[in-house]
Design a protein around this ligand. Sequence first.
Ligand SMILES: [Zn+2]
Length: 155
Amino acid sequence: MERTYKVYSITNGTVIDHIPTPQALSVVRILGLGNEGILTIGIGFSSKRLPGGKDIVKVENRELSRDETDMIALIAPEATINIIKGGVVAEKRRISLPDSVKGVVACPNPNCASNVLGAESKFDRVGGQDPIYRCHFCERTTRIVPELLVRTRGR
Ligand SMILES: [Zn+2]
């Protein structure tokens, strides 16, 4: 890990490590980070922990909040978060599934009001270790997968 950050170092910001390949771009989408600041995305690093390889996303000059980084758990629960300040790791953060998810995930029910009327989607977590959520509108229960991501978060 030390070596990785020396080669691809940032002085201040957030490093999201141990993203299973090739989910880096889904992580960028779920965070809604498309057009703010410098993003560095590395895909396909070898990893002891992830035999299929790992991706790394670095967000320069931005300390992601816990609410933001918890969104990553929906698609990459193994990911690790490092907050970098002054060139050193100031915080190592564990992530856990968010209790509710707004806007970034489409309901798989085509007749759902969120799809028919274009209302902002909202899901509440059902519980357990898996990312199983219930739609606020039609109450369909679904597992969150990257294919359900609709867009970057509105702002
Ligand atoms: Zn729905």
